[in-house]
Ligand binder design. Structure first.
Ligand SMILES: O=C(O)CCC(=O)C(=O)O
Ligand SMILES: [Fe+2]
Length: 355
């Protein structure tokens, strides 16, 4: 089985060697043989790399342009307008994080961002109510840029469809019914969108735009502005450059899909290197995740795949839980110790930092 990997010369992306597979989602509509070929490439790409580029996704270019334009407009607002929705005001970790306000592996990430989740009422705390319900609640939207809410709501709904299509294709490719994941997403799914801007940082040392990590949900659809390299993906102890490929999404699987497949599919470590001074980079990851109280089903893999399932990565510093909300809360408390100690001191202890 071959995976389409364009040669570097066919792509206009600086000097980086492009090595991640490119998959075309529209093949799912091209008849049984094409659909089957797509599914087997999908399975192989996410077994080998955990990452690929997605073309043929059907997300309209005008919507993409509006999203990027509105993101740029937000970051160009006066500081006071951005801080009016600062995440420190939100027990649900929503809203604006200023540059330096976020940690990965205990080190500062050099990026500013807005976190946007499902728009819901907060859940009252109380005995017998799991801690992770604290993540449910309203977003913070900027008064100075009302169109942000409108365009990001459309973005979330559009990408949810793409993500569900991919999940169903994975399920079939792994020998399960297409709808095996659907129930976990039926009520109160928990998507998270980040709109991120990486400012330039001085050379010559590469700086941590975002440090090495795995995504905690099920899958991530990442849109990156044209021409803005910086994403790197770990493969066999080396970093592969993953520059944007015009009009595509970068797709990667999260820890829950690794759990669901007993490690047959891999949640792969990745990071972003800051752009140089004078440049910046906008990216918009969409983290697709089930309800906070959902347990993603364990798939029973066909014998020939089960043989290659490496088991879930065991890392005492990063335990992976079966219930999604526990993973989500873990990663939010760790990434935003300031929000954690302001609103969740009982969970993190007085010094902050996840316990
Ligand atoms: O900005 C990017 O390209 C990737 C960001 C990322 O990996 C994350 O926010 O989890
Ligand atoms: Fe990530």
């Amino acid at each position: 089985m071959s995976i389409t990997t364009p040669t570097p010369s066919s792509l206009a992306f600086g000097q980086s060697e492009l090595r991640l597979p490119v998959l075309d989602l529209s093949r799912l509509q091209g008849g049984d043989a094409e659909a089957e070929a797509f599914r087997s490439e999908l399975r192989q790409a996410t077994h080998d790399f955990g990452f690929f580029y997605l073309t043929g996704h059907g997300v309209p270019q005008p919507l993409i342009d509006r999203v990027i334009g509105t993101a740029r407009a937000f970051f160009a607002l006066p500081e006071a307008d951005k801080l009016a929705i600062e995440n420190l005001q939100s027990p649900q970790f929503r809203g604006y994080t200023r540059v330096g306000g976020e940690l990965t592996q205990g080190r500062v990430d050099w990026r500013e961002q807005i976190d946007i989740g499902a728009e819901r009422e907060p859940v009252a705390r109380g005995e017998g109510v799991a801690d992770y319900w604290r993540l449910e609640g309203p977003n913070q939207w900027p008064d100075a840029l009302p169109e942000l809410r409108e365009v990001m709501t459309e973005w979330r709904d559009t990408l949810t469809e793409v993500a569900l299509t991919l999940l169903r294709a994975w399920a079939v490719s792994l020998g399960s019914p297409a709808d095996i994941f659907d129930e976990a997403f039926a009520d109160r799914p928990f998507p998270l969108i980040k709109i991120v801007r990486y400012p330039g940082k001085s050379d010559p040392e590469p700086k941590q735009g975002v440090g090495a990590h795995k995504d905690s949900g099920v899958l991530t659809l990442l849109f990156v502005e044209d021409g803005k390299a910086g994403l790197q993906v770990e493969k066999d102890g080396e970093w592969i450059d993953a520059p944007p490929l015009s009009g595509t999404f970068v797709v990667n699987i999260g820890e829950l899909l690794e759990v669901a497949t007993d490690g047959y599919l891999k949640a792969t470590v990745h990071r972003v290197i800051s752009p140089r001074i004078g440049d910046d980079r906008i990216s918009i990851p969409f983290f697709f995740s089930p309800a906070l109280d959902a347990k993603v089903p364990a798939l029973v893999l066909p014998e020939e795949l089960a043989r290659d399932a490496a088991g879930v990565t065991l890392d005492p510093a990063n335990p992976i839980y079966k219930t999604y909300g526990e993973n989500a809360l873990k990663s939010r408390l760790r990434a935003h110790p300031d929000v954690a100690s302001l609103h969740h001191g009982d969970l993190v202890g007085e010094a902050g930092g996840a316990s």
